[in-house]
Design a protein around this ligand. Structure first.
Ligand SMILES: O=C(O)CCC(=O)C(=O)O
Ligand SMILES: [Fe+2]
Length: 453
C-alpha cells in the first residue's frame, strides 16, 4: 500500500469518529420516516459539511478498511488485492467482524454513490450474520436494492436463530441469475430444510451452469460438494435388504436416552489399527480447520482431504459397518428406506490445551442421522465424551463415552455436546448422514468430474 493512502485511511477514520455520532439520531429518524434510500440526502449533507475534502475517497477508504478488517488481513495485503478479491476475502472469513461492521456501516452512510452504498450495505449484512445478528443483517439488506442484497438476505434469513429456510430459499431463487453464489446459498438453505437431495441438486445445477465467479469462492465450494459425494460410499443407495444380515455380525448395547434414539455399539466395531491410521493421517496432514461448521465450530479435517488411504478406510467402514448400522437403528423398517448417504465425514480433534477446541457446545446437527466413531483409546485423555440432553427443561444429561472403535448413532435433531477434554487429546470420526430421496440426485454430476477422470 502506498503511504499516502495509509495516511488517508487514518485521517478518514479519525475524522469520521469525530463527526459521526452528531447526526446519529437525525439519521435514525430519517431511516424510520422514509423508505429505502431515504438517507441519501442526509448522507450527502453530512459529507459536504463534515469531510468536504476527502469526500470522494471516503467510500473507497472505508470499504477497503472494512473489508480488510473483515478478512483479518494487513492493509498492505488488502490493498494488493483486486476489488473482486477483496469482496471475496470478506466473505471468506473475519477476525474482527464488529470493527468491520462499524466501518462498513459508516462507509455506507457516507457514500453518495448508490451502487457502491448498496454493495456496502450488502457487505455489512454479511458481517452482521457473522456477528450472529440476523435481524440487523436484514435491516442492512433493506438499505440496498433487492438484487444486490439478495444473497445476504437469504443468508440472514436462513441464519439459525431465524430458521426461515423456505423464505431464504425463495430469496436465492430470485437471485439465481447471480450464479455460483446464489446456487451455493440455495443449497445451504436446502440443507437447513434438511432436504439434502435438493441441496445437492442445487449444488450440481450451480456447478453445471457455473463458472461466473472464479478462484476461491463459491464455484470451488460447489465443486467440493459434488466431489465429496462422489468420494464416499455409496455412490448409490446401499442395499438395505442385506442390513439385517450384516447387523447380525454385531453384538450391541444400547445407551438409552429417551425419547429419541441414541445407540452405542459394543466394542469393537471397526479395526483399532485403522482408527490409529486415520488419526495418524489427520495429524500428519495437519490441515485442521475450524470454519467448516459455522454454528458449532469443531477443530476438524474432512476425510476427503486426508488422502486415498484414509478415504478407503472410511469407505470400507461405511459400506460394511456404519451405513447398515445407521440404517437399521434409524428406521424401524429398513426395507422401506431408499438409503442413506454421507453429507459430511470429518475427523475432530479435542485438545485440553486449546481453550477454543477442548469441548463443543450444545447443538443439533444439520442432518438426519449422526454418527461418531471413537478413534483413540479412552485412556489417552481425561474428560471429554459425547453428551446428550435428556430433556429440554432439565440440565441433566447423559454422557456416552466412546472408546476406540466404538460408534454412537443418534438422531441429528437431538441436542448434544462434547464435554471438555481436561487432559490429553480426543479424536473422533464424525459423520452426518441424510436420506436420499431417489438415486437420481447422484446422477446429476457433470461428466467432467467423473471419477474415471
Ligand atoms: O465429539 C463428538 O463425539 C461429537 C461431535 C459432534 O457432535 C459434531 O461434530 O457435530
Ligand atoms: Fe454434533
Amino acid at each position: 500500500m502506498d503511504d499516502d493512502l495509509l495516511v488517508l485511511l487514518c485521517g478518514v477514520t479519525s475524522l469520521s469518529c469525530d463527526d459521526d455520532d452528531d447526526d446519529e439520531s437525525e439519521h435514525a429518524t430519517a431511516r424510520r420516516q422514509s423508505p429505502s434510500w431515504r438517507c441519501r440526502a442526509l448522507r450527502a449533507r453530512r459529507r459536504a459539511c463534515a469531510v468536504p475534502r476527502v469526500a470522494k475517497r471516503v467510500p473507497f477508504a472505508r470499504r477497503l478498511r472494512g473489508e480488510h478488517l473483515a478478512a483479518g488481513m494487513t492493509l498492505t495485503t488488502c490493498a494488493a488485492l483486486s476489488a473482486d478479491a477483496r469482496s471475496r476475502a470478506q466473505l471468506e472469513d473475519t477476525n474482527n467482524p464488529s470493527r468491520a461492521a462499524r466501518e462498513l456501516r459508516r462507509a455506507a452512510r457516507l457514500c453518495d454513490d448508490d451502487d457502491e452504498a448498496a454493495r456496502l450495505f450488502a457487505a455489512l449484512a454479511l458481517c452482521e450474520i457473522r456477528l450472529g445478528a440476523p435481524r440487523r443483517a436484514l435491516a442492512a439488506c433493506d438499505e440496498a436494492p433487492c438484487e444486490t442484497a439478495a444473497i445476504a438476505r437469504a443468508r440472514a434469513t436462513a441464519h439459525s436463530t431465524l430458521l426461515e429456510f423456505d423464505r431464504a430459499a425463495r430469496w436465492c431463487e430470485r437471485a439465481i441469475h447471480l450464479g455460483d453464489k446464489a446456487h451455493y446459498a440455495l443449497g445451504v438453505c436446502h440443507l437447513g430444510r434438511l432436504d439434502h437431495a435438493a441441496a445437492y441438486r442445487a449444488f450440481a445445477r450451480g456447478f453445471l451452469d457455473g463458472g461466473t465467479s472464479s478462484v476461491l469462492d463459491d464455484a470451488r465450494r460447489l465443486e467440493t460438494q459434488l466431489a465429496k459425494r462422489l468420494s464416499y460410499y455409496p455412490r448409490v443407495a446401499p442395499d438395505l435388504d442385506t442390513v439385517a444380515r450384516k447387523l447380525a455380525a454385531y453384538s450391541d448395547t444400547t445407551a438409552s436416552c429417551p425419547p429419541s434414539f441414541v445407540f452405542k455399539t459394543a466394542p469393537v466395531l471397526v479395526d483399532p489399527r485403522e482408527c490409529d491410521a486415520l488419526v495418524a493421517a489427520a495429524v500428519d496432514a495437519d490441515v485442521w480447520r475450524s470454519d467448516r461448521h459455522g454454528a458449532h465450530p469443531t477443530c476438524d479435517v474432512a476425510v476427503v482431504d486426508l488422502g486415498a488411504e484414509a478415504l478407503a478406510i472410511v469407505n470400507r467402514w461405511l459400506e460394511h459397518v456404519l451405513l447398515p448400522l445407521a440404517a437399521a437403528r434409524a428406521f424401524q423398517n429398513a426395507r422401506t428406506t431408499r438409503g442413506l448417504a454421507v453429507h459430511d465425514a470429518f475427523v475432530v480433534k479435542y485438545c485440553a490445551e486449546s481453550a477454543a477446541h477442548a469441548a463443543l457446545p450444545i447443538h443439533q446437527d444439520q442432518a438426519l442421522v449422526s454418527m461418531t466413531v471413537g478413534l483413540n483409546p479412552l485412556a489417552d485423555y481425561e474428560g471429554g465424551g459425547l453428551w446428550f440432553e435428556h430433556h429440554p427443561d432439565t440440565s441433566v444429561g447423559t454422557v456416552v463415552p466412546c472408546d476406540r472403535g466404538q460408534a454412537v448413532v443418534f438422531a441429528s435433531s437431538l441436542r448434544h455436546a462434547a464435554l471438555a477434554v481436561t487432559q490429553g487429546q480426543r479424536f473422533v470420526l464424525a459423520l452426518f448422514l441424510y436420506r436420499t430421496d431417489n438415486d437420481g440426485d447422484h446422477e446429476e454430476r457433470p461428466a467432467a468430474s467423473s471419477p474415471a477422470e
